[in-house]
Design a protein around this ligand. Sequence first.
Ligand SMILES: [Zn+2]
Ligand SMILES: [Zn+2]
Length: 357
Amino acid sequence: MTGRDPIADLRRIAFLLERANEASFRVKAFRSAAKTLAELPAEELATRAGAGTLTELSGVGDVTARTVTESLRGEEPVYLRRLLATEGLDLDEEAAALRAALRGDCHTHSDWSDGGSPIEEMALAAVELGHEYLVLTDHSPRLTVARGLTAARLRRQLDYVAAVNDALPEGFRILTGIEVDILDDGSLDQDEELLARLDVVVGSVHSNLRDPKARMTRRMLAAVANPHLDILGHCTGRMVAARPPGVTGPGDRGHRARTRPPSDFDADAVFAACAEYDKAVEINSRPERQDPPKRLIRLAVEAGCRFAINTDAHAPGQLDWQRFGCERAARCGVPAERVVNTWSAEALLDWAGSHSG
Ligand SMILES: [Zn+2]
Ligand SMILES: [Zn+2]
């Protein structure tokens, strides 16, 4: 016997999930496990937890079984601990504070790849939002459907951005960047020399999203370890049913029509690597992405990761979508000081520069 009541822990989790407006299937999973296990004699509960046979019972899955086992050992279940991290906070207030702390956006597209607007218009919209910087991250060559930039076109873009910057208001600048494809072997889809020249590199998986777990994990670990990568973009690649409000860029049309499950990878290992190499995990604000899911954001918080709350905007109006990412981050207890785009442009550049040595 221990000091904890596993049934009470399951019910508490269900309550907290419900209050946080999480998916109802998840709430139900904890409630039905609690119901099943409450009817079990305490002795059988302990025996089954010891033998690892709780999941043979109807309504008990891996996550709920793990929670019960931790409870019976007298530990606060990890799942509960993560939820409790944000308890007592006014989440709307936290989200607003986080949004107010953001000084820029590290993932945006222009009409040089699949965005709908010229670089100047994106920049002016960012100025109006009060940003100090905007990282321009058009796609890399292999993403031909998104008119990914060849090395030659990216070079031309760098010259162009330098000229646009000269004409922009004092106190604001466009930082150079790329959303580079993470290829099948984990390498990055652009010339080394160019990646080294860019201010900020976001790396994302856009192909073979159904790679088996071990392969996807290896692929992502290699990318995170690459000194050129600074931010791991929309790490699960999932698409949820929500439609973005308002106007979207031409490149979004394909995205909106379909949903897609998250990729399968060892999130513990990938987030541990992000923490080790001091890379940021992106919280992608797009309503149809909401990537990573909150469960994974909480995991990354615990792993000690840094974050970037980005819009992945393909049109100027979408630059205002950061508030969606801030809401999700607040619900998961992401501290503002760990969000790299709450920093000044200088601090961001120092951090990104520290990766390439
Ligand atoms: Zn992307
Ligand atoms: Zn993007």
